[in-house]
Design a protein around this ligand. Sequence first.
Ligand code: DAT
Ligand code: MG
Length: 153
Amino acid sequence: MAELQRTLVLVKPDGMQRGLAGTILARLEARGLKIVGLKLLQIDEALARRHYAAHEGKGFFLPLVQYITASPVIAAVFEGPNAVEVVRSTMGATNPVQAAPGTIRGDFALEIGRNLIHGSDSPDSARLEIALFFSEGELLSYPRDTDRWIIES
Ligand code: DAT
Ligand code: MG
């Protein structure tokens, strides 16, 4: 059986402003992933800098911080087998120009600075990012009756 993972997803400010939050979350949910954490929040500059610390010093860092703090976001934790890679493949490439049709970015976005969704890029960064946005008590483990039709045990 594949490794059960958790990963952080953000519906970025453009996704919220464009009314695409439901569509974006629905695609991940329909894929079979389980929502185990969910909140609406306004990211402040300090949180943005911590979340994107790996990109500090790059030319796009300040515009990226401005973008992610420009409007509320939805933060979600999705759980499932290989959740990190599955979310990444459902999102599509970082630059929507290269994102395949059928992916979220490939279907709904045009520019790298307005690419709608964040997803953790490894199990280690998922653990760090989830801890930035959620306390342990805000994450719920629960069985779904459909799990056995989605996950081969
Ligand atoms: P991803 O969001 O696919 O994980 P990333 O972690 O490499 O991509 O970068 C974080 C965000 O920073 C990305 O969603 C958009 C922005 N970004 C990355 N590379 C960029 C670039 N070369 N020019 C402008 N923005 C960039
Ligand atoms: Mg990334």
